[in-house]
Ligand binder design. Structure first.
Ligand SMILES: Nc1ncnc2c1ncn2[C@@H]1O[C@H](COP(=O)(O)OP(=O)(O)OP(=O)(O)O)[C@@H](O)[C@H]1O
Ligand SMILES: [Mg+2]
Length: 369
């Protein structure tokens, strides 16, 4: 039913166009390039940036739409996935029906249009999660989700691409801000203090923990608050928030009904020459070695899935301490997007250490799936 709807709305010629644009090569941008280019947001640069995005976003979005159509195990036909595909096709149509950008009036209209595209795609992650959930429901319960490697790899590519698309749009839109925050170039803070971001993210995670459990373990942060480097604070905030949320949940559940003093979560920020590394350490009991291969998959969480209750709505918009099983894999993608990485080391029976590496080089190009 929904498949028919999509083909009715999107003409044959547009679908051909999607395939044409999807074959073109994507062009990656580095953090350093974004920072240098954006440091002079004059009309000329804004025009160049809009012209680049007009082509680049068409290619990136077309590639994702094609992939969404060719997923294994019938995933492409799940209602939630069809909905996501419609969003991608709508955005592709908006981009290709926009005329060539020749002057600043065109540039302004284009910026409004890509802003709207970003909003249209806001709920892609929970909706995709719902699609995967719909697939899981219809599958043999005995199937080992680790075997669904193809889906795992597709989702990694898909979400990585989404991070890039949103970064490029957000960066372009932000360059129009007449009053940028001090030492900020678009989304990039050229003097970001990782200790400060970690503090804010931990406080946010603790507030959520308090709401859910009535109390929250302490978080101690060690590192020089005056140390800064160029990075995207929103990305780092999201990553530390997810890691601390996991640690809080593990510690809280382990010590909630215990007489023992609840041990704090420790965050250590180290400024190396190549990497800034942030370690989030907890004594929440760790993860069994046999369970470790699953923690980065999109098909696994030990928490009750919030989508179950909200399946009719299509979106679970209430954020909870745990549920999708997306925290770690998405966090690792954000780290890798700018050349970093995420590792989880566990001592079962004691606790977990998460090592978040952020590259200081900033020169490597975005990974282009
Ligand atoms: N610090 C930790 N201590 C113990 N177990 C952990 C820790 N971090 C992650 N895990 C385990 O790994 C699983 C996957 O974590 P992940 O953050 O990806 O998903 P989630 O927390 O279940 O859901 P979401 O983060 O999407 O709300 C968790 O369900 C939990 O079982
Ligand atoms: Mg989590």
């Amino acid at each position: 039913m929904a498949a028919k709807k999509a083909s009715e709305i999107f003409s044959k010629s547009m679908i051909e166009d999607v395939h044409k644009w999807g074959c073109l090569k994507q062009k990656g941008v580095s953090l350093r390039y974004m920072m240098e280019f954006g440091s002079e947001p004059n009309d000329r640069n804004l025009l160049i940036s809009a012209q680049f995005l007009h082509k680049e976003l068409s290619t990136r979005i077309a590639r994702r739409a094609i992939e969404l159509e060719n997923l294994p195990y019938g995933l492409s036909h799940k209602p939630a996935i069809l909905k996501v595909k419609d969003w991608y096709l709508d955005s592709f149509r908006d981009l290709r029906s926009f005329p060539d950008i020749k002057n600043m009036n065109d540039e302004k209209a284009f910026t409004e249009m890509i802003k709207a595209i970003k909003v249209r795609h806001n709920n892609v992650v929970p909706t995709m999660a719902l699609g995967v959930q719909q697939l899981k429901k219809g599958m043999d319960p005995k199937i080992d989700y680790e075997d669904l490697d193809e889906i795992q790899q597709f989702l990694d590519r898909f979400y990585m691409s989404r991070i890039g698309i949103r970064m490029l749009i957000g960066q372009h839109v932000e360059l129009h801000n007449p009053h940028p925050a001090p030492h900020c170039v678009g989304y990039i803070d050229t003097k970001m203090s990782p200790v400060e971001v970690a503090r804010n993210a931990s406080e946010d995670a603790r507030s959520m923990c308090c709401r859910e459990y009535g109390s929250a373990p302490n978080v101690h942060i060690y590192g020089d608050p005056n140390f800064t480097f160029p990075y995207v604070p929103a990305h780092l905030h999201m990553m530390v928030f997810e890691l601390v949320k996991n640690s809080l949940r593990a510690v809280q559940e382990r010590f909630m009904d215990s007489e023992k003093v609840t041990p704090p979560i420790r965050i250590i920020v180290a400024d190396g020459l190549e990497d800034v590394t942030i370690k989030v350490s907890d004594e929440g009991g760790g993860i069994a070695r046999s369970g470790l291969p699953r923690i980065f998959t999109y098909l696994y969480s030990t928490a009750r899935n919030p989508l179950d209750e909200h399946a009719d709505l299509g979106i679970a918009d209430n954020v909870t301490m745990a549920g999708y099983g997306y925290g770690l894999p998405i966090c690792r993608l954000y780290a890798r997007y700018f050349g970093g990485d995420l590792q989880i080391i566990s001592m079962e029976g004691y606790g977990t250490d998460a090592y978040l590496h952020l590259s200081r080089l900033g020169g490597s190009q975005e990974p282009l799936p």
